[in-house]
Design a protein around this ligand. Sequence first.
Ligand SMILES: NC(=O)c1ccc[n+]([C@@H]2O[C@H](COP(=O)([O-])OP(=O)(O)OC[C@H]3O[C@@H](n4cnc5c(N)ncnc54)[C@H](O)[C@@H]3O)[C@@H](O)[C@H]2O)c1
Length: 389
Amino acid sequence: MIGYQFMGKAHSHAYRDIPFFFDEGCEPIQQAIAGRNEEAVKEAAGALGYNSYETDWRTLIERDDIDLVDIVTPNNTHTEMAIAALKAGKHVLCEKPLALSLLDAERMLEVAEKSNTIHMISHNYRYAPAVQYAKKLIDEGRLGKIFHVRAQYLQDFIMDPSFPLVWRLKKEVTGSGALGDIGAHIIDLSRFLVGEMKEVNGMLETFVKQRPIGEMSGGLSASVDSEEMGEVTVDDAAIFMSRFENGALGTFEATRFAAGNRNANRFEINGEKGSIRWDLENMNNLEVFFTDDEEGLQGFRTINCTEEVHPYIRAYWPAGHIIGYEHTFLNMISELMKGIKNGYSPKPNFEDGAKNQAVLEAVQQSNETGGWVNVAQLREQARRKLIHS
Ligand SMILES: NC(=O)c1ccc[n+]([C@@H]2O[C@H](COP(=O)([O-])OP(=O)(O)OC[C@H]3O[C@@H](n4cnc5c(N)ncnc54)[C@H](O)[C@@H]3O)[C@@H](O)[C@H]2O)c1
């Protein structure tokens, strides 16, 4: 593992728990963790359960006793680390978004496809059992033709203007703001559930333009380091519309300025035969509505997706014994273990990462031009640039 804060803890917890709940014939061994500060990384190795530590990620990647490299560092490091790891013959799990730009994401995909290794991007929300079950219902045609996707990812943790200028607010480190940080998740969920987006039209806004200098200090908390102010160079909020290749229409909202919404990752999908709703803050439940339900009894019903028939639940507890946020990582990493054992890159992999990045870049471009941007054409342009670079 490279990095050891918020996602470092979430992924490490999953590695520790995988052998307890899953038996995929491939068990993770937490062999080593890398960080830049010796004292801090030594402490993290102990707290998160790693057998050793390195103070240079390159040394970690070169080690013969490492098979899988998990990248849980800020976005500007993903491309260099992932490409180095893939070239060294290691499997890679990389946090989202894949890169700072579509060109870098395509470069990572190209190296991943040429390497004989397994790659995956950490869009963990796909792996909530209720989301997997929604996917099953859609694939079975229970909603019929899909008309609408309405997705939101709403947070409020940076609303206070004295919240510091952390890496998440600096373009050169993060690429984009709410768009890439949380919008990327609802893009992934809608790609997973409904399909590819053909074109997008969006707008970005930065409400607080200057903040005191500071750093993330675990989870979504931060500490102010000085009275000096710096410029916020990414969006605080992103809103966009999309047309899907299958004709569905999408509306998306990603913001960190929605007071009272701590982590409201939610979607509603409307089809010709019914609708589905999901909200992370109530993640075990799926609300469904079917137009062919008996007249008089029609209405949204709430399915608690904790029965044995619901994906991944057999690994855990009896019906009604709910699971939580951390289990999305367990389920996702159990798929990674299966992929490593059986020689395929589970979804979402670097191809999904590149397709996601194309949507992010299309929204950014649309914000600048004020018009619709075709997502596939943007990918095509990036790939052509890659061939000529
Ligand atoms: N899947 C999710 O739901 C989810 C949630 C939060 C963050 N993320 C993603 O995870 C990644 C990390 O985010 P986080 O919230 O854990 O950040 P964080 O600030 O909590 O932790 C970042 C870690 O990376 C280390 N680091 C920074 N630069 C480094 C470098 N050059 N070399 C080595 N280590 C370095 C830091 O010391 C720290 O340990 C980001 O890409 C972010 O977008 C994903």
